[in-house]
Design a protein around this ligand. Structure first.
Ligand code: UD1
Ligand code: UDP
Length: 362
């Protein structure tokens, strides 16, 4: 009998995670009904990933858009329930830790549809992060918890969750391996921006703890302006708005070496990452991509979900303190070997196998 999954995506990193997984589900003969919540909607936050990465076109886009946490999650819950009731899938598959993730997990569990959580078990242990609530609650709704790392498996065990837990490796590692070659062939981002390899630093900033405190955001940008190489900053729309509110002028920032550009597609991003001398970010996914490409990473947070990248010496947590940013940007030079933390690049295939096994035994 064919298995039918309803997969929910909504935010940029979820499109990237879905690329290898949708492909593996298709190869395994699992039917996938893809729902886009519409959490991200700008072309360069959404459509570009579908175009570049061969992700199936969503069967439905709920068009929920932006809003406060309660309103956004609530709208998604209402609309997802309607779709799930109409589609009657055998399972619902969710990724990561966004409001789209928790809304889908809640809608499914209330309808007694089994939930599969890809990227289960991650914890920053910071309950001020909206994502931390989403992770914990989604894991506690899930029937199948597919963990990218051993740390994630251990985190779940510490919360008493052991049933349905599998270590699969990280689907973002699969994606990076799958698309790095294509990025090299197709992306002209270095030429477009006039950048020589290893001559620049790359940054992204979008966490509320950095964007929503004007003095922190201004301090970070000021520190960037004091570094000895240009900082390329593909800007998340949330951060663009906050920089405008600060009254900072993009031309002045550019004159100080802080080059703000629109968000880029995944292929351009992979090229920018691989060729950066250093990455400074508050993103979850980009900390890992820095590790995959052996680029030192300064994390503009006081916590992470990817603790093992710190142990390996390739990532350091500096928060938003300008002095610390400057100190570590000038001194971080990891050289130690990198333990293989994120699997073997076949996490998506393992996920498809686990779904088939569990579907048969259900
Ligand atoms: C969301 C996720 C976060 C993830 C990030 C990936 C939650 C709670 N947060 O954060 O975990 O790391 O996505 O990028 O789910 N906006 C636009 N155009 C868009 C999308 C957003 O202008 O296409 C602006 C809107 O002003 C919006 C703001 O960005 O209010 C924030 O968007 P939202 O999806 O709420 O959160 P992110 O910061 O993107
Ligand atoms: N990314 C991208 N273009 C950009 C910024 C990020 O393709 O301009 C990719 C990045 O390579 C990674 C993912 O988006 O694969 C990370 O998403 P984001 O930082 O928005 O979210 P997080 O991982 O923090 O949840």
């Amino acid at each position: 009998m064919t298995m039918n999954t309803l997969t929910v995506v909504g935010a940029r990193p979820q499109f990237i995670k879905a690329a290898p997984v949708s492909r593996a589900l298709q190869a395994a003969g699992i039917n996938e009904f893809l729902v886009h919540t519409g959490q991200h909607y700008d072309a360069n936050m959404s459509q570009i990933f579908f175009d570049e990465l061969g992700i199936p076109r969503p069967d439905v886009n709920l068009g929920v858009g932006s809003g406060s946490h309660g309103r956004q999650t609530g709208e998604m819950l209402i609309r997802l329930e309607e779709v799930m009731m109409a589609e009657k899938p055998d399972m619902v598959l969710v990724y990561g830790d966004t409001n789209s993730t928790i809304a889908a997990a809640l809608a499914a569990i209330k309808l007694h549809i089994p939930v599969t959580h890809v990227e289960a078990g991650l914890r920053s242990f910071n309950r001020e992060m909206p994502e931390e609530h989403n992770r914990v609650l989604t894991d506690h709704c899930a029937d199948l918890l597919l963990c990218p790392t051993q740390t994630a498996v251990d985190n779940l065990r510490n919360e008493g969750v052991t049933r349905g837990v599998h270590l699969t490796g990280d689907v973002m590692y699969d994606a990076a391996l799958m698309f790095a070659g294509r990025a090299g062939q197709r992306s002209d981002v270095l030429a477009r921006l006039g950048l020589a390899p290893k001559s620049y630093l790359l940054s992204t900033i979008h966490r509320p703890h950095n964007t929503d405190f004007p003095e922190r955001l201004a301090g970070i940008l000021d520190a960037f302006g004091q570094l000895d190489a240009p900082v390329i900053l593909p800007i998340h729309p949330r951060t663009r708005k906050k920089i405008a509110e600060l009254g900072l002028n993009m031309t002045d920032l550019a004159a100080r070496g802080v080059r703000i550009i629109d968000p880029v597609g995944y292929l351009d991003m992979l090229m920018l990452e691989q060729n950066a001398r250093l990455i400074l970010t508050d993103s979850g996914g980009i900390q890992k991509e820095a590790y995959f490409f052996q680029v030192p990473c300064i994390t503009l947070r006081n916590d992470t979900e990817w603790w093992e990248t710190l142990d390996a010496g390739w990532n350091v947590l500096v928060g938003w303190d300008p002095e610390k940013i400057l100190h570590h940007a000038r001194t971080l030079a990891p050289s130690g070997p990198q333990p293989p933390l994120f699997g073997d690049g076949r996490a998506a295939e393992k996920i498809a196998d686990i779904l088939l096994e569990n579907g048969q035994s259900a």
